[in-house]
Write a protein of this length. Structure first.
Lengths: 288, 288
């Protein structure tokens, strides 16, 4: 895993092929020249960061159409790697083909089933084109280029088209433009300590945490009161099953506030009183 | 879809092959002779009930290890079919083989990847046995019997063993016994009206609903106050993305109480005041 390149330029791990929307999230947060390490499974990116093989991990946490990526909530709890940034990527699906292939030649389009389903209007308007499910969006762009297909395209990001030297035949063919994925950038605790976040005055901060409540009536209401009574805005709450306690839950919560601000500190103190378990997962500038 | 058998004995649709844990849920609620209609996808069972091809649908809604079945929450909202009962099935995984095949002959075991993963202790203790992912637990039992395999087994429910005439080589090989799936029984609104639920005095009732709040600080806290201020116990809350409003959410909530009880009526009235949208999905006796 530790190639000389990785040592020279610490990479950020993400799940998927080069050109995945996760890579676009890396570019949004760290610039176009950030080194990346594509991984097969979500667990691999957490493990790579935990072991220090990479300097960061880019983790999709929720999509505005499909909902939360629940597996990654579980990994956040298990691996204890701090969230240091968030960013939201608009999911723009493009019809991509090898250079020299024109739109009229396209008989088949490969992509991840979710991406194919998100372009239903395009397929309704182009019934001559067959949809073929593939394991990955960026992977489908890679495949049509590497195989040199002359009658097939892929649905993937603009970054994928650039990386695989394909061209974009139709831009933004997704049916619903309100399609965003929110990503967390994770670092190791040591890295986060060496590189404390600096943000301009006026930055809005967000804190992510996970807690469980005692299994009593009104427990979640009491937990949320820690924030509501201090006018702290909770932007997201997600429940996950608590292992070993059937039909009890862990709650993942994001609120606007910096852990070091007095209101937030008091809220966390209050939450500790009413929670069985509480852990802060990270404090980072609110993304655009 | 409407076979003579279905007309004689109105069937309950479920997702998966005969012998799936959903069929066990049907038996728990409706007895061992209830007619069933296996369907390929979750959407199919909702559609079949909506169209009146079946008299009921058995829908898994959450598992105590894997979490909520989010797709089915979305279908509950979309199809508007009332929940009339719930039941919890303990997920007991059994090693199943065609009759005449003994444990020592087993070289390979087929099952759904989730089931294989839930029996890791068994595979650690039996390293000679290869795990092979298959599309369905009950389907793997069906396949090893139909193919007459003499060196392979399946991991599935006891109901699957019975249905396919297989035998159980090892009972309850799951690593974690705290593995339950909660199911909803849905009916058509007309059927639910013709057959009002009767339950003995002292029955504890549960109500399921879905709501969205205005996107203001403390909105969820205010919504939960409708229940907390009346000592009504919320047993589950689940958030799902609100289509067209990125990073806003729908909340699915279960609480203990009958919609016709004064406290519950007042709570729903209170919730309506603070919610943008509210719909009751069902009111049913709390399952064991």
């Amino acid at each position: 895993m530790k190639t000389p390149r990785l040592r020279r330029s610490p990479a950020v791990a993400f799940q998927g092929e080069r050109g995945a929307f996760s890579e676009q999230a890396v570019r949004q947060l760290l610039g176009p020249s950030a080194a990346v390490l594509p991984c097969v499974r979500f667990e691999d990116i957490f493990r790579n960061l935990k072991q220090g093989s990479v300097a960061g991990a880019m983790v999709p946490i929720e999509n505005t159409l499909a909902g939360s990526v629940h597996e990654n909530y579980d990994h956040l709890l298990h691996f204890e790697l701090p969230i240091v940034a968030e960013t939201s990527v608009r999911i723009v699906h493009n019809l991509i083909a090898p250079k020299g292939v024109g739109f009229r030649q396209i008989k088949r389009v490969y992509s991840h089933p979710v991406a194919l389903n998100q372009c239903l209007d395009f397929f309704l308007a182009n019934p001559q084109i067959e949809r073929i499910p593939y394991y990955d969006t960026a992977g489908s762009a890679k495949m049509v280029v590497e195989e040199g297909l002359t009658d097939a395209g892929a649905i993937a990001s603009a970054v994928a088209a650039e990386i695989y030297g394909a061209h974009i035949l139709r831009r933004s063919i997704e049916s619903d433009r309100q399609n965003f994925t929110r990503f967390f950038l994770l670092r190791t605790p040591a890295y986060a300590k060496r590189h404390p976040l600096r943000a301009p005055a006026g930055t809005v901060w967000k804190t992510s945490l996970v807690f469980s409540t005692r299994n009593i009536p009104g427990a979640l209401f009491r937990a949320l009161s820690a924030f509501a009574l201090r006018d702290l805005n909770c932007t997201k709450i997600e429940s996950r099953p608590l292992r070993g306690k059937p039909y009890e839950y862990l709650f993942y919560l994001d609120f606007l506030g910096h852990v070091d601000h007095p209101h937030s500190r008091n809220a966390l103190h209050h939450l500790e009183e009413v929670a069985d378990f509480l852990r802060v997962l990270g404090c980072y500038p609110k993304g655009a």
